[in-house]
Design a protein. Structure first.
Length: 180
């Protein structure tokens, strides 16, 4: 049986050597879902954009834990080019519960994700609503007083504020701290 224990990478984010990328890419193709999960986590820990193509394959994995590890890793890397893939994942009913993907997408801080976050403020699950709201606040640098556990009327009032703000600002909005 293969050793599936995860070996943390030293010194945090760093650029991977080609042989390390190849090793982890190989692990992403392992028959062991645990190995694929660990490889996705390791690729995310590096912060290296060279890992993105392998993680994109991981978000299509048949095992949910691997999909979520790959999505989280894409969020850790923080490259905005992954946003479209994560938006597609969160919109796919086949992917599973949206919270982990919304969180990863929030880490990317991209304008394109705002409509997705707004949509999930109405999710039946309070955790999902909370993750969507946090992602909105991180991405926009604003708060509209949304409380995920509030009664429906109070939530709808805050959602209306978010939607009105987005309608008025969508064209000119730039994510705070992000260059064009």
């Amino acid at each position: 049986m293969p050793d599936v224990r995860r070996t943390p990478l030293k010194n945090g984010t760093r650029t991977l050597a080609e042989d390390e990328i190849k090793r982890l890419a190989g692990d992403m193709a392992s028959p062991s879902w645990e190995m694929r999960c660990n490889a996705a986590e390791d690729l995310g820990d590096t912060g290296d954009p060279k890992a993105i193509p392998y993680l994109l394959r991981g978000i299509a994995d048949p095992v949910g834990a691997v999909r979520y590890a790959a999505a989280a890793a894409l969020g850790k890397i923080g490259d905005p080019s992954a946003a479209r893939y994560l938006i597609d994942c969160v919109e796919s009913s086949a992917f599973g519960p949206p919270s982990p993907v919304l969180e990863a997408l929030g880490n990317l801080r991209v304008k394109e994700a705002v409509p997705t976050f707004l949509k999930y403020l109405r999710d039946p699950d309070a955790r999902t609503r909370g993750v969507a709201n946090n992602a909105l606040m991180v991405t926009t640098g604003r708060s509209m007083g949304f409380k995920p556990g509030a009664d429906e009327h109070a939530r709808e009032e805050a959602i209306a504020k978010w939607e009105e703000w987005w309608e008025e600002n969508r064209d000119a909005f730039q994510v705070p701290g992000r260059k064009k």
